[in-house]
Design a protein. Structure first.
Length: 305
């Protein structure tokens, strides 16, 4: 039987896991490795990419930085989350703000130190990334459009860190990044609709707060239609293998998403739309394998152990 002290410790560990959104970390790691194998360094053997210790350090550094970003975001949003996410907020509050800050600084120090092992440029890149996450959480997220654009850019920046490592600046990479950026940007704007009550109380000048829900839906509609451009480029101009299936299905889901968007008015309905976009992003990660499924079974990965 666990003692009361042990139960409290487990609750605090679970609370910290919730704060750093530990359930997202495996997806982030997988996304960076699959992107490296199939998109960023397709000319290299898959096994060489997997066993590249420098890439391992960069991926680990990214996850530490992202986890610390979730912490500082949670720190500044604690009052807003009491309104928008009361259940999660109560769980997150089992860990004190002081402890969150201590963990935040430790993770950032480790990230910078690990990046310096690769090069001073890598350390500079992640130091700037850490600063941008803090500045976004502290100030930029309260402003319409700027906050949404910054959040979306911060979400894709770790992939550019790995891109700089491989030094392969193919056009197809930027087409993939554009599609991902648009999905994340749409998701950020849906979150503004979802969190409108807490944002109004805490004076967050998001698009729905400042210009109204209709204006926000109009912008989201325009961004959703814009996803057609990178999808067309990827499917028609580049060889994405069977991943074109994912893009076609995504467009059909996004059409349904828009129809549902204009009918939605409640927090629950916006949360459902948020989850649809989250599904598309996660499905996109796993769909990277469809670019060349043979890589998983080809002798270049299986016969070189």
């Amino acid at each position: 039987m666990l003692t009361k002290k042990s139960k409290l410790l487990l609750l605090k560990i679970f609370s910290l896991f919730s704060v750093v959104r530990g359930y997202n970390i495996p997806v982030i790691v997988l996304a960076q490795y699959l992107s490296s194998i199939f998109i960023l360094a397709p000319e290299r053997r898959a096994l060489d990419v997997i066993l590249d210790w420098r890439l391992l350090i960069l991926v680990f550094t990214s996850t530490l930085t992202i986890a610390s970003g979730y912490i500082i975001n949670n720190f500044y949003d604690s009052e807003k989350d009491l309104i928008n996410r009361p259940n999660k907020s109560m769980l997150d509050r089992l860990v004190s703000q002081k402890t969150k800050l201590h963990v935040y600084f430790v993770l950032n120090f480790l990230a910078a130190a690990l990046a310096y092992i690769i090069s001073w440029r890598a350390a500079l890149f992640y130091s700037v990334y850490i600063f941008l996450i803090w500045y976004y959480s502290h100030r930029l997220k309260k402003y319409p459009i700027v906050g949404n654009l910054t959040a979306s850019l911060l979400a894709v920046l770790p992939f550019f860190g790995i891109l700089l490592y491989f030094k392969n600046f193919y056009h197809v990479i930027f087409a993939h990044a554009t599609f991902l950026f648009l999905l994340i940007l749409i998701r950020e704007m849906i979150k503004d609709l979802e969190n409108i009550k807490g944002d109004m109380v805490n004076d967050y000048q998001t698009i729905p707060v400042r210009f109204g829900e209709k204006a926000s839906k109009q912008v989201i509609t325009g961004l959703t239609m814009a996803t057609i451009i990178p999808v067309y480029i990827l499917v028609e101009k580049f060889n994405v293998g069977y991943m074109d299936i994912y893009f076609y299905v995504s467009l059909m889901i996004l059409i349904s998403f828009l129809i549902k968007l204009w009918k939605s008015t409640t927090h629950k309905e916006y949360l459902h739309l948020h989850n649809v976009l989250k599904f598309l992003i996660i499905a996109g990660v796993f769909s990277i394998i469809l670019i060349d499924p043979a890589v998983l079974f080809h002798r270049r990965i299986l016969l070189h152990f």
